[in-house]
Design a protein around this ligand. Structure first.
Ligand code: NJP
Length: 228
């Protein structure tokens, strides 16, 4: 039985990824701040798929929280085979109008959150020759005025992902770069494919397909979006 860690598992893409992995037979360690949502999801997935689901509070913007979460997960499962570093927040606004707090917050979650989560699980992932999927964005090589802080956070997490890969060839790092996905990222879900949105399940199914490739095949990144 393989073990997967999913950050930002309470909603949106992370939640859909957790369900798809459970269906595929992975034991799960789920992290996010909304512990009530994680509890409900864990109960649902255990009942439906019979897999082991551990969940705990996780704030990827804080070192102590990530270290504590990783310690508990490794104690619970003994090691991990897959890490899905998905937790992230949006941030709009012109760079010259953005507050210090907002700039620091988006970098803490989207960039440093990825770095500290991968770092915490890396020894185990290396031991198991595992896989890390980092959810960055289609924007991770592009420029979008009025979203500069978010864009910079995703360019930086792309750079972290590729540097981790270069430094750790035993682990496979996949950068997932979705276009728009119908999640809480845009307020409340309910957007349509005709408006250019994918479903969170589309991202999850793409990841499952990638995980089914032979061990020696590395897909470094996937840029994908909705068509209609
Ligand atoms: O968004 P949403 P998505 N510590 O808001 C968690 C990227 N992306 O699923 O802590 C730990 O439904 C939050 O949980 P909670 C995007 O940048 C999206 O769309 O309980 N967890 C929730 O589970 C992000 O990296 C689109 O509030 C934290 C989850 O993150 C990823 O996809 C397009 C946290 C967010 O769920 C998932 O976002 C694109 C923290 N400090 C890239 N802060 C898109 N939706 O269109 C938040 O290119 N979370």
């Amino acid at each position: 039985m393989k073990t997967a860690v999913v950050t930002g598992a309470s909603k949106g893409i992370g939640r859909a990824v957790a369900e798809a992995l459970a269906r595929e037979g992975y034991d799960l360690a789920l992290g996010a701040r909304s512990i009530d949502l994680l509890k409900g999801l864990a109960e649902e997935l255990t009942a439906k798929y019979g897999v082991r689901v551990f969940y705990d509070y996780l704030d990827v913007s804080r070192n102590e929280s990530v270290e504590e979460f990783a310690g508990k997960v490794l104690e619970e499962f003994g090691g991990v085979d897959l890490l899905v570093a998905n937790a992230g927040i949006p941030m709009g606004g012109r760079l010259d109008e953005l507050s210090n707090e907002d700039m620091e917050r988006v970098l803490q979650v989207n960039t440093l959150g990825v770095w500290r989560t991968v770092k915490a699980f890396l020894p185990s992932l290396k031991e198991r020759r595992g896989t890390v999927a980092v959810v960055t964005s289609y924007i991770s090589t592009m420029i979008l005025p009025n979203a500069g802080a978010y864009v910079a956070s995703k360019w930086a997490s792309r750079a972290l992902t590729k540097t981790f890969q270069a430094e750790n060839p035993e682990v496979k790092f996949i950068e997932l770069r979705p276009g728009m996905v119908d999640t809480y990222f845009y307020g409340r879900p309910g957007r349509k494919i005709e408006e250019g949105f994918m479903k969170p399940e589309d991202v999850a199914e793409l990841l499952i397909a990638l995980l089914k490739l032979p061990r020696h095949v590395l897909v470094e990144e996937v840029l994908f979006r909705s068509v209609y």
